[in-house]
Design a protein around this ligand. Structure first.
Ligand code: HMG
Ligand code: MG
Length: 306
């Protein structure tokens, strides 16, 4: 069985944009529940300005309560101040965020594209020197809400810059869920040829209900690492029109049905969906959730472990 690694970004991407503010203690509950369900990696916080993203305040309090050996925990950071805060928290993996267009960088982190490249390069270099694992998001990889379609060549050259600086992984992100599988095939074929599949990861939003189809296409291109968000929570506050992320439970359901190993317990994951709903105080959940609950009820009633 081939293994696919899922990094749950719900505690960060999921909660940053939700109307409900979730306390650091409850964010820790969510993260621990994800780990208990078998998630090997979780993006737990972002070290960003609390004025820009109030829902991520208290990132250091979240990290302080985690068993850092329990999973591959990471934090998103926009600038050197965020890096210093992340390092001081003890987290071992950081992700810089580099959007592929001028306007998206301005709107997201108030920096030009050139400045963002230079800041990301410095952070990746520093993190590597400090013994942390540096990752790099390349955002608006297919379509930017401000500048429209983004050429694949631009994503390749930004990824190249991040790898040259020492990034262990580039996460290719369809921030507004604007991509279709044909575009994903072209983009990932190009990137896999240039860098190899094992240093790439894919991050899909589900605005047009194409996230799962896009994930399958990326998988066909050889990608074996994906971001997904419990219950499909998520969205960037600075990318208008972006909906939630690909739901972790939908991706796990697809992968298990197709014969891939994830190490994730589907039944426990459905319980985490319930916890997420309790914390954000509204009903959420992936497209496959009703079917999954039905399957679990059937196996439970037969006394068979799900
Ligand atoms: P700015 O106003 O230009 O920054 O914002 P500044 O340097 O002038 O600082 C302003 C204030 O913020 C100062 O505090 C700084 O100390 C503080 P004050 O003196 O006013 O009290 N500050 C910070 N505080 C905590 N952590 C920091 C930090 N930096 C400065 N790191 C800034 C620039 C980058 C700070 C701001 O725009 C920001 O925080 N942006 C974050 C945006 C964000 O979180 N977006 C969502 C994440 S990206 C995403 O979701 C996409 C992704 O999922 C992939 C995809 O789907 O594409 C990853
Ligand atoms: Mg995102």
């Amino acid at each position: 069985m081939e293994t696919v690694v899922i990094n749950d970004v719900g505690p960060r991407d999921g909660l940053q944009n939700d109307p409900t503010a979730v306390s650091p203690d409850d964010r820790v509950r969510l993260i621990n529940a994800l780990v208990a369900a078998g998630l090997p990696a979780v993006e737990v916080v972002s070290f960003v300005s609390p004025k820009a993203v109030p829902k991520m305040a208290g990132a250091d309090q979240v990290v302080a309560q985690l068993d850092l050996d329990a999973a591959d925990f990471s934090a998103l950071i926009p600038n050197m101040k965020g890096y210093e805060l992340a390092k001081a928290s003890g987290i071992r993996s950081v992700g810089v965020v580099l959007s592929a267009t001028e306007t998206m960088n301005q709107k997201n982190i108030n920096m030009s594209l050139d400045k963002t490249i230079s800041v990301c390069r410095d952070i990746v270099t520093q993190a590597k020197a400090d013994g942390l694992t540096p990752r790099a998001y390349v955002s608006v990889a297919v379509e930017c809400p401000y500048e429209g379609l983004v050429p694949d060549s631009q994503i390749e050259s930004l990824a190249e810059i991040m790898f040259a600086a020492g990034a262990a992984e580039v996460i290719v992100a369809d921030t507004i869920g604007g991509a279709n599988p044909a575009q994903i095939k072209a983009l990932f074929t190009r990137l896999v040829t240039a860098f190899g599949a094992n240093v790439l990861s894919a991050h899909f939003h589900d605005t047009r209900a194409l996230a799962l189809a896009n994930a399958w296409q990326a998988l066909e291109c050889g990608i074996r690492k994906f971001d997904a968000s419990i219950s499909g929570l998520g969205g960037c506050p600075f990318a208008p029109g972006a909906a939630g992320n690909l739901a972790t439970e939908d991706l796990v359901s697809l992968l298990h049905q197709a014969g891939f190993h994830t190490g994730i317990d589907s039944k426990a994951l459905v319980d985490v969906v319930d916890l997420a709903a309790e914390l954000v105080q509204h009903n959420v959940g992936g497209r496959s959730l009703a079917w999954q609950r039905n399957q679990l009820a059937k196996t439970d009633s037969k006394g068979v472990a799900a």
